[in-house]
Design a binder for this molecule. Structure first.
Ligand code: ADP
Length: 233
């Protein structure tokens, strides 16, 4: 579980996250929505210690992230915006193997994780293809596979649809639906609630760095006109 208490994050004079309290249980799928600049990326980067709180605490599975960065990074995997920057190897298979290799796992276990993770995003059998030949949607799916290969408790995706055309968006959404159906814990950051709300147990809407709404998807959809979030199309 991820627990955030009284979290404040400032960039100079800008208060990006302003006293957020939030708990995300194992198995939950939570959408973090809100307008550009509302603090979504800054908030989720605290989940695995990529940023340090100015005030407040973040804990994962009961341990403070600040005290146990390794445990937090093992438990919470992040797929960033611009996933192409997250790729580390020349081929699909090597890219997904990179994380498990760094965990020091044996070859059989690495191979098992690579093929399972690629299967989860419909890239199985394509281990030897070069990453620089992939489309935007395939790169997003590959980054998701790389994160899944770490077997995290929570998978956090920051704006997974940005820059994708409609077929690629549909394909990534379908893979997220599959992961959800298998019980993977997901945190999906988006400024566009179209379709993703249906995946969610909860929608958390940020405004000006704080939680403006934390509700079931139906209620969130009803309240959207009051909030500065792009409505479903
Ligand atoms: P969102 O993900 O909702 O678009 P961000 O967390 O990226 O929001 O940004 C929240 C606020 O913090 C915005 O005002 C943004 O301009 C500011 N901000 C984000 N990153 C930085 C940074 N590296 N340096 C300075 N200000 C930043």
């Amino acid at each position: 579980m991820i627990r955030v208490e009284g979290l404040v994050h400032r960039y100079g004079d800008t208060v990006a996250v302003d006293g957020v309290d939030l708990a995300i249980d194992d198995g939950e799928c939570v959408i973090v929505a809100g307008a550009n600049g509302s603090g979504k990326t800054t908030l989720v980067r605290h989940f695995n210690g990529l940023l340090d709180p100015d005030e407040g605490t973040v804990s994962v599975n009961g341990r403070s992230v600040a005290d146990d960065l390794v445990a937090a990074r093992t438990a919470v995997a992040m797929v960033f915006q611009r996933p192409e920057d997250q790729l580390v190897a020349a081929t699909i298979g090597a890219d997904v193997a990179f994380g498990p290799e760094n965990l020091g796992l044996d070859r059989d276990e690495i191979d098992r994780r690579v093929s399972e993770s690629l299967g989860a995003v419909n890239l199985d059998g394509r281990e030897d293809e070069r990453v620089d030949a992939l489309s935007g949607g395939e790169v997003e799916r590959l980054a998701i596979a790389g994160a899944l290969a770490m077997r995290p408790d929570h998978l956090v995706l920051d704006e997974p649809f940005t820059g994708l055309d409609e077929p690629a968006r549909r394909s990534v959404l379908a893979r997220l639906r599959d992961l959800r159906a298998e019980g993977t814990s997901l945190v999906v950051v988006t400024h566009d609630l179209r379709d993703v709300a249906e995946l969610a147990d909860r929608v958390v809407v940020l405004a000006d760095g704080d939680v403006a709404l934390d509700a079931a998807p139906d209620e969130a959809a009803d309240r959207l006109p009051d909030l500065d979030v792009r409505p479903p199309c």
